[in-house]
Design a protein around this ligand. Structure first.
Ligand code: UD1
Ligand code: UDP
Length: 366
């Protein structure tokens, strides 16, 4: 029984790490195919090191590009490897171009696809991720939905129930496993002390629909600056390379950088980021994974988007959507700061990795 794990970006490395740990422990025949969609050291290598993952057996070195170019190159590279390796199943996670390319290549070679984090829907087809999710779900043989909401999205689209398994989200496994490690790590403590002086809010921003649109990005930045002023908080901002590039292009970078309340730092490793999340008074984000982690860690979250494919976080009271609306943002900060942090994590018990591997082995043995 052979497993090919295809990954390419920061969140995929993090969210697949619990599955890799299980495969490693039980001595399965498996390997990693890395598209290298993310390649900067602090978006890629640092996660392999911190999460103690073996080096990918294949690195396709695809890097950045337009959607068509990037996805096309991935199809070519992945096909070669899959023809050689002939795995029984290909595992992909999430909604990136890597995921679509991995699933599409495998399905055309008649190799079963296991989609981890299946069934998420923002119902916004302007997002490249929504296209990737829908297409991947419809060509997958095993759909690992994190919640009942995700399962129902799949059923509504006519996907057969016997392909869907509600297993929670592997981000719970990753968060719980690594928070413990992070809390004991001296280097992480030193990092934290070097960055944090006072109480702070944590910010991440990278969605294409936010940062590639000058007007929208400007509105969000204005809102952030106003929030820092009104609430008299420092805002720590590990900046995604896409966002840094756009802020510079739109002449917004200096305004942010020169503001004393905003602390822009390079993207940080997972252990460092978990500690920044855990100690923040509030998290402002447009990230998928960060919305989930905030909810798991019981840190109030404000999502800088008009919609979310993680409605569970809003339902349990852990998250509010504000889009790029400054007034809504400022009001929501007040609401979230006064919130009792007694919500329940809707994404499972931290054993998703084990459940997924067990189900796959069972199915493949038949
Ligand atoms: C991608 C995913 C997005 C996911 C995000 C996780 C798609 C369509 N988008 O977005 O769903 O939430 O990863 O972070 O798959 N860059 C670097 N170094 C890197 C990677 C990117 O400098 O290691 C810069 C390049 O200028 C590149 C830009 O960031 O053009 C965008 O990278 P890309 O992988 O296309 O999309 P992300 O915004 O990272
Ligand atoms: N993350 C990190 N360092 C950072 C910013 C984020 O380790 O500087 C982690 C974060 O903990 C989460 C994941 O990256 O698990 C989210 O990735 P991202 O926001 O890039 O993508 P998305 O989840 O939106 O697809």
């Amino acid at each position: 029984m052979k497993f090919s794990i295809i990954l390419g970006t920061r969140p995929e490395i993090i969210k697949l790490s619990p599955i890799i740990r299980v495969l490693k422990k039980i001595n399965m025949d498996w390997h990693i195919i890395h598209t290298n969609q993310h390649y900067s050291e602090n978006m890629d290598k640092i996660f392999f090191e911190e999460l103690n993952l073996p080096k990918p057996k294949y690195n396709l070195n695809i890097g950045s590009g337009s959607h068509g170019e990037q996805t096309g190159k991935m199809l070519i590279g992945i096909e070669k490897v899959l023809l050689k390796e002939k795995p029984d199943v290909v595992i992909v996670q999430g909604d990136t171009n890597t995921v679509l390319a991995g699933a599409l290549t495998a399905s055309k070679l008649k190799i079963d696809v296991a989609h981890v984090e299946a069934g998420l829907r923002s119902f916004d087809r302007n997002m490249p991720e929504e296209i990737n999710r829908v297409l991947t779900d419809h060509i997958s043989s095993y759909l690992f939905a994190p919640t009942e909401i995700a399962k129902n999205n799949l059923l509504r689209e006519g996907i057969e129930e016997n392909k869907i398994f509600v297993v929670g989200n592997t981000i719970v496994d990753a968060t719980l496993q690594n928070l413990k490690i992070a809390e004991k790590n001296e280097n992480v403590r030193t990092f934290f002390n070097s960055v944090v002086d006072n109480n702070y809010f944590l910010l991440t921003l990278h969605r294409a629909e936010n940062v590639d649109d000058k007007e929208r990005l400007k509105n969000i930045i204005d809102g952030i600056l106003e929030t820092a002023r009104i609430y008299n908080k420092e805002i720590i901002f590990p900046i995604h390379p896409r966002t840094k590039k756009r802020l510079k292009e739109f002449n917004l970078f200096d305004k942010l950088k020169n503001n004393k309340k905003i602390k822009i730092i390079d993207p940080v490793g997972y252990l460092e980021f978990l500690i920044l999340e855990k100690n923040a008074d509030l998290i402002l984000t447009d990230s998928g994974g960060v919305q989930e982690e905030a909810c798991i860690l019981k840190i109030p979250c404000i999502t800088l988007r008009d919609n979310t494919e993680r409605p569970e976080t809003v339902k349990v009271g852990a998250n509010i959507l504000v889009g790029d609306n400054k007034e809504k943002l400022i009001k929501s900060v007040e609401i979230m700061l006064n919130k009792k942090k007694n919500w329940k994590n809707p994404f499972g018990d931290g054993k998703s990795g084990e459940k997924i591997v067990k189900i796959l082995i069972n199915k493949l043995e038949k």
